[in-house]
Design a binder for this molecule. Structure first.
Ligand code: MD3
Ligand code: FE
Length: 212
């Protein structure tokens, strides 16, 4: 018999509850939703199988992360419109400067949209050449159950509730840990305008290139 492995919080993982005030959240949500007019949410699909993801996506910044039948990659333009992604909002540049602890500027901000039934399976983020740079995340709207594991898919996991305005910093070894979103809790936030409820927005700031 072996003992049930217990979750050990990885070094470099920081949850900053309520980092953004309600006013700051509203301003950021307005900025994000306005940018979606120019860079609409699209539904990514899995490489090879083409199975659709339940999370819809868009991006800010010179580079955007996309997934389609060809694979996962960063690219400069929106897959449907062919237009460059909207610029990174200043509030997100400031966030990276404040908590990122990294010398280079962020190059990508993935926008994840969760409707009531959306989820994100356990995965690692490994498409960045800057594999030691942190990822910085912001949650807006309905709460979610976020799951964090270890570097090995089989390692024990723990779940955390992410609420609107929370920031998560994934630095150091935590950057290479498996993670996912089990579910959202519809109706737990009144931040977003009616037509975006129920729902959750997650923004992840990333450095893609190693330097320069
Ligand atoms: C832990 N997003 O976009 S954010 C993703 O809530 C992603 O939409 C989730 O996983 C979401 O790739 C979680 C927090 C997060 C982001 C990146 C991580 C946690 C992470 C990278 C490594 C470990
Ligand atoms: Fe991820």
């Amino acid at each position: 018999m072996t003992a049930k492995p217990r979750f050990v919080q990885p070094d470099g993982f920081k949850l900053l509850p309520g980092y953004f005030s309600p006013d700051q959240q509203r301003a950021l949500a307005r900025t994000v939703l306005a940018a979606l007019d120019a860079a609409p949410l699209y539904r990514p699909c899995m490489p090879r199988t083409g199975a659709p993801l339940s999370v819809q996506m868009s991006n800010f910044g010179p580079l955007g992360w996309i997934s389609d039948r060809e694979g996962y990659r960063y690219q400069t333009m929106h897959p449907d419109t062919g237009a460059p992604w909207p610029p990174l909002p200043q509030a997100l540049r400031d966030l990276w400067a404040g908590v990122g602890d990294w010398p280079d500027a962020p190059e990508a901000c993935l926008i994840n949209w969760y409707d009531a039934g959306a989820r994100l399976g356990l995965h690692v983020d490994a498409d960045e050449d800057a594999k030691f740079a942190p990822v910085v995340s912001v949650s807006l709207g309905d709460r979610a159950r976020f799951r964090l594991g270890g570097a090995d898919r089989k390692a024990a996991t723990a779940s955390f509730i992410l609420s609107s305005g929370d920031v998560v910093v994934l630095g150091g070894p935590s950057r290479r840990c498996f993670h996912g979103v089990d579910r959202i809790y519809p109706g737990t936030s009144s931040l977003l305008p009616e037509r975006w409820r129920p729902g959750r927005i997650n923004l992840t700031l990333r450095r893609v290139h190693r330097s320069g």
